[in-house]
Design a protein around this ligand. Structure first.
Ligand code: ATP
Ligand code: MG
Ligand code: MG
Length: 550
């Protein structure tokens, strides 16, 4: 599974190092603290961190908090937690772009002094109108030729709070006829009286993203500033900023395609709506694909890393099948997760010829595909829970489990043969009666006869009762996620809660966040939020069936 070929970013870096453009590699992940991170961000984190690691470079975590409107400390904390959980070790302290406001202000003054920026009094509407269109060049602002002295004076007074919000902006003086609209004298500073989560009311002017971001990168000596495709036509502006500010080893921007998953809700706006309307249980509801939700559902950092490696780094947008992510978590948990016998829809099995009150302890492997996890002992007795599906009164062809007269193996135990069954008033089977054959005990090497089915079981007096939650896609796969009017097609069956689930007693030591394979059923993780000391709640991470093959 080793990926041998290099992705296009690695090829750019190789060339840069070879040609001496840079002597080291420095990357960063620059989230805006305006929400919870999702799987797309995980891609960016692991990509940037992975490159730093591969090239023996550095990786910064920097909050791009230059826009004070939507930012919250709650999001800062959750983002740090997610980055650390993914195993992306950032170098040094967590950085905040807002700590660089003084340098950004100085940078603006430098541009003004070079005659490369001016204070403009046009209204927002006028600026838009003057900017022109794709087919039509823009017109120069009447304020474009203000003197350096006048610009320095006005800009300082903007900073000092002498002007109303929105009455003036600072613009880069580039080219109103550029075919790239981003280069038509973009706004680089605006007046806005907003309290910032980090700098409070210290500033009433704030830098625009396209100006701030290259400066942040340059201050941190970032070499390769990796972002997503929608910034491609902002790159000339990025280059203009670092060039005009004369940074000695200017960073370079590289764009890659965003990660999209089919049939999941990734848009922050949409996730927020599901949370606000109570359709999901918060930002970490296990049906979501925020990093917090994936963690709660039972995905591991390793599975996400493998997933990102499989997906690769692309230069054009495409969607990845959710089944591929499921493949990666199965693959990761297969050797790691202890296997336990759990019955989600119990009916009783009574072994009529097994002495009442007798208990024996049977040897079982913790994980038959990984002997390193050792063995355990499972109590066995006369009354067991089995899954309703494992018995049929009138079996169809090729049904090899229990039915009257048929013999099966009880996993890790004995052959049992169905002799009769009981039903309640509604016609539902309640008890299956069997007899067992002592010479068929597991591990004795018995070969006298064969059975075609093996079923799992849980001893009634030792069973631990838990809740299991089964998930389906949050959205209706047939109809697609979003409608034209912005509404979503939700799947009404995305959550099934199973209250009477019985598990073998070895589950007793399970802690929140631990994962297990419930044999023949799927991988389950102990929920970190809803589990109590005396009552565990399990989330099904993924079933054992796979629709994806590598
Ligand atoms: P959203 O629109 O979902 O909020 P965003 O791009 O606004 O995403 P930021 O906090 O600005 O979120 O992003 C931090 C970094 O994560 C950016 O470099 C951004 O390009 C990257 N990123 C965001 N979404 C994806 C995605 N789907 N795939 C890969 N990288 C992404
Ligand atoms: Mg953004
Ligand atoms: Mg965003």
């Amino acid at each position: 599974k080793e990926v041998i070929s290099k992705n296009f970013i690695e090829r750019i870096i190789d060339k840069d190092l070879e040609e001496g453009t840079y002597t080291k590699v420095a990357t960063r992940f620059p989230p805006e603290p305006n929400g919870y991170l999702h799987i797309g961000h995980a891609k960016s984190i692991l990509l940037n961190y992975g490159l730093a690691k591969k090239y023996n470079g550095t990786f910064n975590l920097r909050f791009d908090d230059t826009n004070p409107t939507k930012e919250k400390t709650e999001f800062v904390d959750s983002i740090i937690k997610d980055v650390e959980w993914l195993g992306a070790h950032y170098d040094g302290e967590v950085k905040f772009a807002s700590d660089y406001f003084p340098q950004m202000y100085e940078a603006a003054i430098k541009l003004i002094k070079k005659g490369k920026a001016y204070v403009c009094d046009l209204t927002a509407d006028q600026i838009k109108e003057y900017r022109g269109t794709l087919t039509e060049p823009g017109k120069n602002s009447p304020y474009r030729d203000r003197s350096v002295e006048e610009n320095l004076d006005l800009f300082e007074r903007m900073k000092n709070g002498e002007f109303e919000d929105g009455s003036k902006v600072l613009r880069a003086k580039i080219d109103m006829a550029s075919p790239n609209i981003n280069m038509r004298d973009p706004i680089i500073y605006r007046i806005a009286r907003m309290t910032h989560h980090n700098t409070g009311d210290q500033w009433c002017i704030y830098p625009m993203y396209d100006f701030a971001h290259p400066i942040e990168d340059a201050i941190e000596h970032i070499t390769h500033s990796i972002c997503t495709l929608e910034f491609e036509d902002h790159r000339p502006l990025y280059d203009w900023v670092v060039q005009e500010l004369e940074y000695p080893e200017p960073p370079k921007q590289i764009e890659f395609a965003k990660l999209y998953l089919t049939n999941v809700v990734t848009g922050k706006r949409y996730i927020k709506r599901l949370v606000d309307q109570g359709i999901v249980d918060g930002w970490d509801d296990p049906r979501l694909v925020t990093i917090a939700a994936l963690r709660r559902r039972g995905f591991t950092p390793e599975s996400l890393k493998n997933f990102m490696d499989l997906v690769g780094v692309a230069k054009s947008n495409s969607s990845v099948d959710y089944a591929m992510l499921e493949y990666c978590i199965r693959d990761d948990l297969k050797p790691k997760a202890p296997r336990v016998m759990a019955v989600l829809d119990p009916i009783k099995l009574v072994i009529d010829n097994y002495p009442e009150g007798q208990v024996e302890y049977l040897d079982a492997q913790v994980n038959m595909e990984n002997p390193e996890l050792g063995t355990k002992q499972v109590p066995f007795c006369r009354e067991l829970w089995i899954d309703r599906d494992d018995f049929m009164e009138e079996p169809p062809k090729k049904y090899f489990r229990l039915f009257p007269g048929n013999e099966v193996r009880l996993m890790n135990a004995y052959f049992v043969k169905c002799v009769s069954y009981e039903k309640d008033a509604n016609g539902n089977v309640t008890v299956v009666h069997c007899t067992y054959d002592p010479i068929t005990k597991n591990g004795t090497g018995f070969t006298g006869r064969k059975v075609k089915g093996t079923i799992h079981w849980v001893p009634v007096p030792f069973a631990k009762k838990v809740t299991a939650r089964l998930y389906e896609n949050l959205v209706d796969e047939e109809k697609g996620v979003y409608n034209e009017d912005g509404s979503m097609n939700l799947n009404p069956n995305s959550l099934t809660v199973v209250e009477n689930c019985y598990i073998e007693p070895s589950i007793e030591d399970a802690k929140p966040g631990d994962s297990f394979q419930f044999v023949r059923n799927g991988y389950f993780c102990v929920d970190t939020k809803d589990s109590a000391e005396d009552h565990l709640v399990f989330n099904r991470i993924v079933s054992l069936k796979s629709s994806f093959k590598l």
